[in-house]
Design a binder for this molecule. Structure first.
Ligand code: TNX
Length: 525
């Protein structure tokens, strides 16, 4: 009798130990992982894969591109895990104990950026049609590991991945953010830091607003005074700055290595004071303006009926197109209140042709729909739905950046230190809770190229201040762009976002700790 009791006790103890060990060794349920963006499909198999000092990343064949992706993952995992993960090549199937990256090329559903991640107790097997898909899948692997994997120095393991299968691909092909480097200048390293975060949330475009009234930020060799003079200041009178073409190409390459396209914008015919201050001949008066460090809009315009204006623009577009591997050049076109509409329309028509002549497609703010859109011109909806609808009526695709929902420079609430509120206060739930395809009845999913969340920089002057406005809203925009609408809801998202607080801290991101989210206080894994 006693013996049985003892046995029972021992058995009970064993069960307890198993439960405790399992809890300590979380995660074991892939479906409970807090991934952002939420994947299209997840099926869990209930156990886990261990990263150990025996684990390496194997890539299929000798592809330089796959090696780079493997190395990117190794570089993300090694500082914190200190497991000495190396990148190796193999022609065979996954080798037990390792991570395996390969291309299959024949899974139509996965498209350009989709991936399938199969994790068993033995292997982590990531497959995609294209390298871009592997790169997106690598972000999922990062997010499946404990938050402290993102720390820059050695952390305590274990490093476990829950087992199961994730099949995942984006709802929209264009998922981006924009940084205004004209109102305040941001350094190359600051831009790279933002690119890293976009990559983490599977975004694929960074639009750079390179010129405005307050500054010209990209070197144009044929018009050197644009940066020598026009780049010298910024909002508030600070010293401004600009990117040399070499530095700019470095940003483009850094983004490319992360499967992110840079879309450069030269805003015109308004928002051009920096250029007008640098070259007298671009003014109808023939006199150069003063540099401007305030925050008014709508007072400047190129002289649309002078030929030199078009010679200038052609040179700028030619040099910019040569620096741009992506398909789009952005020509602004917003708030040209100082340009008569009868001048604005032929101007925008002519400049579109110039972009096309240099082998690129046009992106422009929604006012461009007042002109005649060329084939492939995309309208970026920011303010007036009626403009975007005019674009759709002309057969154009729309990029969705409605200021009331998607402007990262809008304050969270009336207590926000940075930002403005002319369009709205955008708390984290409001930023998340909308569907691009269900906002304006006339703009349907098939009319939409994607989503972009712009950050204007009148009120912010460095990366930390920018981060306060960007995070945690960015991950919501990333999810809107990636995850099918049926899988998106705030109650589910806010729990996943809560666990990303630790991830953002590990990445040293200065995020706004919204009270709407019950942020995890420590790394639970
Ligand atoms: C409107 S959005 C602008 C920008 C300002 C922004 C501030 C757009 C196309 N034009 O010039 O920076 O508001 O929120």
């Amino acid at each position: 009798m006693k013996k049985t009791k003892l046995k029972r006790l021992a058995f009970g103890g064993l069960v307890m130990t198993v439960i405790l060990v399992q809890t300590a060794c979380k995660p074991s349920d892939l479906s409970k992982e807090n991934l952002i963006p939420r994947p299209v499909s997840v099926s869990a198999t209930g156990s886990s894969f261990d990263l150990t000092d025996q684990t390496d990343i194997f890539i299929q064949g000798e592809s330089v591109e796959l090696k780079q992706i493997g190395q990117y993952l190794a570089d993300k995992l090694n500082p914190s895990t200190a497991l000495g993960i190396e990148v190796k090549t193999t022609v065979d199937a996954p080798v037990p104990g390792n991570i395996f990256l390969s291309l299959s090329g024949s899974d139509a559903e996965l498209g350009e950026e989709g991936y399938e991640l199969t994790i068993t107790g033995k292997t982590v097997n990531l497959v995609a049609n294209k390298p871009a898909g592997l790169f997106r899948g690598v972000q999922t692997i990062r997010q499946l590991l404990p938050a402290k994997v993102e720390m820059g120095d050695k952390q305590k393991g274990p490093w476990k991945l829950a087992t199961g299968v994730i099949r995942d691909y984006p709802a929209y092909g264009y998922r981006g953010s924009m940084l205004d480097v004209a109102r305040h200048f941001f350094t190359v390293d600051e831009v790279k830091s933002l690119i890293d975060k976009l990559a983490y949330y599977k975004m694929n475009v960074l639009h750079l607003h390179l010129s405005d009234d307050q500054g010209w930020r990209i070197e144009i060799k044929s018009w050197p005074n644009l940066t020598a003079h026009g780049g010298k200041t910024e909002v508030g009178g600070g010293e401004g700055g600009f990117y040399t073409q070499e530095q700019y190409s470095d940003i483009v390459k850094y983004a490319q290595d992360r499967y992110i396209t840079i879309v450069p914008e030269i805003d015109m015919p308004g928002h051009t004071n920096a250029a007008l201050a640098s070259y007298a001949e671009l003014n109808c008066s023939g006199k150069a303006t003063e540099l401007y460090t305030g925050t008014e809009v709508g007072f400047s315009t190129f002289c649309t009926n002078k030929e030199v204006t078009y010679k200038f623009i052609d040179d700028v577009i030619r040099e910019l197109a040569a620096l741009t591997p992506g398909e789009y050049l952005h020509i602004g076109g917003d708030e040209s209140h100082a340009t008569k509409i009868e001048d604005y329309i032929p101007f925008m028509n002519r400049v579109q042709d110039m972009v096309i002549a240099h082998g690129k497609k046009v992106l422009a703010w929604d006012e461009i729909a007042l002109a005649t859109l060329k084939p492939n011109t995309v309208v970026q909806y920011w303010a007036k739905a009626e403009n975007a609808i005019k674009g759709v009526a002309q057969g154009a695709k729309v990029l969705m950046s409605p200021a009331q929902n998607a402007y990262l420079d809008m304050q969270y609430d009336s207590t926000s230190v940075f930002g403005m509120h002319w369009a709205a206060y955008i708390e984290v739930d409001k930023g998340y809770n909308w569907d691009p395809a269900n906002l304006v009845p006339e703009i349907k999913k098939e009319n939409i190229m994607g989503i972009e969340a712009p950050l204007w920089s009148e009120t912010i002057s460095n990366l930390k201040e920018a981060e306060y406005l960007i995070f945690p809203r960015l991950s919501g925009y990333a999810e809107i762009g990636w995850t099918p609408v049926e899988l998106r809801n705030w109650d589910n998202y806010k729990i996943r976002l809560a666990s990303h607080g630790e991830r953002m801290k590990a990445m040293n991101i200065n995020f706004f700790p919204s009270k709407l989210v019950l942020w995890d206080s420590k790394d639970k894994k």
